[in-house]
Design a protein around this ligand. Structure first.
Ligand SMILES: *[C@@H]1O[C@H](CO)[C@@H](O)[C@H](O)[C@H]1NC(C)=O
Ligand SMILES: *[C@@H]1O[C@H](CO)[C@@H](O)[C@H](O)[C@H]1NC(C)=O
Ligand SMILES: *[C@@H]1O[C@H](CO)[C@@H](O)[C@H](O)[C@H]1NC(C)=O
Ligand SMILES: *[C@@H]1O[C@H](CO)[C@@H](O)[C@H](O)[C@H]1NC(C)=O
Ligand SMILES: *[C@@H]1O[C@H](CO)[C@@H](O)[C@H](O)[C@H]1NC(C)=O
Length: 421
């Protein structure tokens, strides 16, 4: 999985040389911060007019336009899930766009990195949507990149982590983005996600594939390893609407093609079942003894965001139209000595987001699914490619380091922070 690569020799020279190297880097960063402040001023004075087109399109009023047809009649292609009829806008001018959908708790701490990433794009090739806490405003006072101004949904909801409101927020983001017919790819991102490549690489990678990238696998009980012993995430109460054999699990961080985004937004069958039966387990107190943790773990908690889209697509017989993997890397700490920790990905800080670590992540070209004895060689429509375009979770320090190392493009940084590494 990890290809060994010759390391940059400077990392292995005596301490004094390394010290000089780091001091040099600090200087470069300091210099770029001042450049960025200048650039930020420039942006603030030039964007309001030049970007007005980009910002003013109609999704701000979307709740009334396409979402309210409640006709239950449908000419569905699926035996399981009748869908709402949708008026498809198919015609659009200009290039197809990638819609970047940010699911934020509040602000976007890595906005400066994304700002740089978008600086290296063509404005006509992408769009940005943000779901955040209701009432939170992305403007000069909260946000360091103009690409996020006026991009948040006006109909955001309060999201409880691990609750069904999380998938509702995802659906709202997709619905808003579907309003623009030029949006042809839809990438869901968290507030701790970073891009691992420049814009044009990510754009061509996503556009080259007519498939969605959705991590999806059978949700088996790891310990039993017995295909008939499904884990407690599925509850028989979901039957017959959701049959047990179509219950799936996978990463929340998906990238969809337009027709699949429509399937998610139009779903009126599976979502209500999740809403009814996916309740949140009380949080585990890690300081309690292991016996209690195991007991609590067994209590029902279906983690909707890791099952909903996967199960919905399996039920719509769409698995054949997917690359069954995620394009967003996470490093899970599987340490069994601390279960609560094992459920969360590691955070990349300044110290562990260096060129060698990033190179290793970018070099990964297959994923192995133990449960299914399946190895997924990564491809974009049958051309073998590296697996990952994005990664999480990154701290500000980690993102500063990526920026400094030119991961998202030329380092003529346009936006930066008061962030110290
Ligand atoms: C983007 O990255 C690719 C591959 O790393 C590189 O070949 C290309 O020149 C870069 N494009 C821009 C515009 O920087
Ligand atoms: C923008 O889209 C056009 C058309 O798809 C493509 O040729 C061009 O390379 C894209 N630009 C970037 C920076 O990806
Ligand atoms: C994706 O596949 C196409 C061929 O279908 C290839 O030309 C392109 O370079 C690939 N994109 C990336 C980013 O590897
Ligand atoms: C994907 O690959 C198939 C066959 O390899 C080709 O016919 C199709 O045009 C490709 N799609 C895109 C979007 O490149
Ligand atoms: C995973 O977590 C354990 C316990 O918290 C820690 O000791 C270990 O260093 C972590 N693993 C990695 C790869 O950081």
């Amino acid at each position: 999985m990890k290809k060994k690569t010759p390391s940059s020799s400077s990392l292995f020279q005596p301490l004094s040389a390394r010290h000089v190297f780091w001091v040099g880097r600090r200087l470069v960063i300091a210099l770029s911060i001042s450049l960025c402040l200048f650039a930020l001023l420039r942006i603030q004075f030039s964007y309001p007019s030049s970007q007005s087109d980009f910002i003013s399109h109609s999704y701000l009023s979307f709740p009334s336009s396409s979402s309210s047809s409640s006709s239950s009649s449908s000419s569905s292609s699926s035996p399981f899930t009748p869908r709402r009829s949708r008026i498809s806008h198919t015609h659009f001018e200009g290039p197809p766009k990638v819609a970047f959908l940010f699911l934020a708790r509040r602000n976007l701490p890595l906005d400066f990195l994304w700002g740089c990433f978008f600086e290296n794009a063509d404005v006509g090739n992408f769009s940005v949507y943000v779901h955040s806490e209701p009432g939170f405003v992305f403007d000069e006072s909260t946000t360091r990149s103009a690409f996020f101004y006026n991009r948040q949904l006006t109909n955001s909801i309060k999201v409880g982590w691990g609750e069904v409101s999380m998938i509702q927020a995802e659906r709202l983001l997709l619905e808003a983005a579907l309003e623009d017919p030029a949006n042809q790819r839809f990438v869901l991102l968290s507030d701790s996600c970073v891009p691992l490549h420049n814009f044009s690489y990510i754009y061509s990678y996503l556009m080259a594939s007519p498939r969605s990238f959705v991590d999806s696998f059978l949700d088996l009980d790891k310990k039993e390893g017995d295909p008939d012993k499904k884990e407690g995430r599925y509850t028989p109460k979901m039957s017959p609407v959701i049959p047990k054999n179509l219950w799936r699990k996978g990463s929340q961080w998906i990238s969809l093609v337009r027709s699949h985004a429509e399937v998610v937004v139009d779903d009126e069958v599976i979502f209500p079942v999740f809403k009814k039966f996916c309740k949140r387990r009380p949080p585990i107190d890690a300081s309690k003894e292991t016996k209690n943790i195991v007991k609590l773990q067994k209590q029902h908690n279906c983690i909707p965001d890791e099952h909903y889209v996967q199960t919905l697509f399996a039920m719509n017989d769409l698995d054949g139209e997917l690359e069954k993997r995620t394009v967003t890397y996470s490093l899970w700490n599987e340490s069994s000595s601390n279960m609560e920790k094992g459920w969360h990905p590691m955070t990349f800080s300044y110290a562990n987001a260096g060129p060698q670590q990033i190179k290793e992540i970018k070099g990964i070209n297959f994923v192995h699914y133990e449960n299914e004895h399946r190895t997924e060689w990564c491809s974009n429509n049958s051309t073998r490619v590296p697996c990952f375009l994005f990664a999480r979770k990154f701290s500000r320090g980690g993102a500063v380091r990526l920026l400094g190392d030119g991961v998202v493009g030329p380092f003529d940084a346009s936006v930066l922070s008061d962030t110290a590494p």
